[in-house]
Every structure is written in C-alpha cells, then in structure tokens.
Design a protein around this ligand. Structure first.
Ligand code: PLP
Length: 240
C-alpha cells in the first residue's frame, strides 16, 4: 500500500503553495488572494495530521460518513483549527448531515439541494455558507447547474433566508494539457461577474476552481480557492 510520509506531505504542500504563489504573480495577483483547500478524501487520518503540522488548516472531503469519522478523530487528536469544506455531491436525503461541520459547502449543484439545505439550516438555527456548483463544460458526467439553470434560479436562491451564497465552483474536464481548460475557468469567472451584477443580494466573491492537474491555470484565471488533493498527499490509497 502507498502511504503518505510525513516529510513528503510537508514538502509537497510547500511546493503547491509555491506554485500557487508563482501563478498568482504571473497574473499580477497576490498569493494571499488564493485559499488552498487540501483535499483529503480517501486519505488516512494521519495524512491530515501531517498537513496540519505543516500549517494547513482547510481540508476538503466529499463523503459525509468519512467526513464525520475524521471530524471525530480531529477532535480526539486536538486538531481544533481545521476548517472542513464539503466538495462532493450531496444526496437530498442526507442534507441534514451537512449542517454543522462545514465552513463552506462548495457543491450545491441543484435547486432541490439548496432548498433542503436552507430548510435544514433553518431547523438548526444556523446560516450555511455555500457556493453554487456550475457545469460549465456541459459534460453529462458532471454535476452542477448549467449556466442557463443558474441564471434562472439565482434570484430565488440568493433570497433563501438560511443560506449565504459566496460564489461559484466548477470542475474542469480532464485534459492532457491544462491550457485546454482555461476557457472553462474564464467562463466561470465571467458568469460570476454577471451574477454579481444581477443579484447583489449574494456575495459572489469566491471562485472555487482548479485541482492538481490545472490549479495554476485556475489561479491565473482568478480562482480564490483551489482544491488540491493528489499533488499534496499522493495517490488516494484507501477507503479510510
Ligand atoms: C477529488 C477532488 C479534488 C482534488 O482532486 P486532485 O486531482 O487529487 O487534486 C478537487 N475537487 C473535487 C470536487 C474533488 O472531488
């Protein structure tokens, strides 16, 4: 089995931070404008501990069961400052489980999920911070609002009383050359600008885009959050 090694996680994390900084500089941006979410899905808990020891605080998970197990382990091990991000598709019957642990839910991918999260957050007496996931490329296998569906729904979604919309998220198609997906990131930014203009009730500052294969291009195109897994932890080794 391939396991994450302490010093290797630290080194890879530093390298990713450096690559973000260089990409930001190329685009005339400051590295401080880009938050790195370390995607720890399917990684053992000690990989999270190593990244935490190297100063990482934002972690992304995509399955609720795994997330809750890791939340418990983090509490037991005193990793008090972790900020958990939900990046995976949410089944509608599981929306109550999303309320509580997450600092940001990136993957609100349809109206039904937004409505249920709003209801569940309300029941819990909480506000939930979310991004709307957009399927920019139109691939059938991808989750998310089509740009058209987003335009139709946004006015209603920004008015939901218990959700705070902070921007948009997308996953680019897999490509051999990251340059190929630049138009996808650019489209998401354009769409975000349009939303900000049309729906001032929302916040629309965040653009969550870019993964291991393409995060530098995403930063050049305005990403405020990149979600990077394998470049930090290596291949995903296990089912927890
Ligand atoms: C797994 C995943 C990532 C990270 O993928 P890597 O290629 O390992 O960097 C980012 N975003 C989402 C939504 C994911 O599911």
């Amino acid at each position: 089995m391939i396991v994450a090694d302490a010093s290797i996680v630290r080194q890879k994390l530093e390298l990713v931070r450096e690559r973000i900084a260089v990409a930001a500089q190329r685009a005339g941006r400051s590295a401080d404008e880009v938050k790195l979410v370390a995607v720890s899905k399917l990684q053992p808990f000690y990989a999270i501990e190593e990244a935490y020891a190297a100063g990482q605080r934002d972690f992304g998970e995509n399955r609720l069961e795994e997330l809750w197990q890791k939340v418990e382990l983090a509490n037991e091990h005193g990793l008090d400052e972790i900020r958990w991000h939900m990046i995976g598709s949410i089944q509608s019957r599981k929306t109550p489980q999303v309320i509580g642990p997450f600092v940001l839910v990136h993957s609100v991918d349809r109206e039904k999920i937004a409505d249920r999260l709003d209801r569940d957050a309300g029941n819990a007496g909480r506000m939930l911070d979310v991004l709307l996931e957009v399927n920019v490329s139109g691939e059938a296998s991808k989750h998310g609002f089509t740009p058209e569906a987003l335009r139709n729904a946004a006015g209603r979604l920004v008015a939901l009383p218990n959700l705070r919309i902070h921007g948009l998220m997308t996953m680019a198609p897999i490509a051999e050359d990251a340059e190929e997906v630049r138009p996808v990131f650019r489209s998401l930014r354009t769409l975000r600008d349009e939303m900000a203009q049309e729906h001032s009730l929302g916040d629309w500052t965040e653009l969550s885009m870019g993964m291991t294969q393409d995060f530098e291009v995403a930063v050049e195109e305005g990403a405020t959050i990149v979600r990077v897994g394998s470049a930090i932890f290596g291949p995903r080794p296990c089912q927890l």
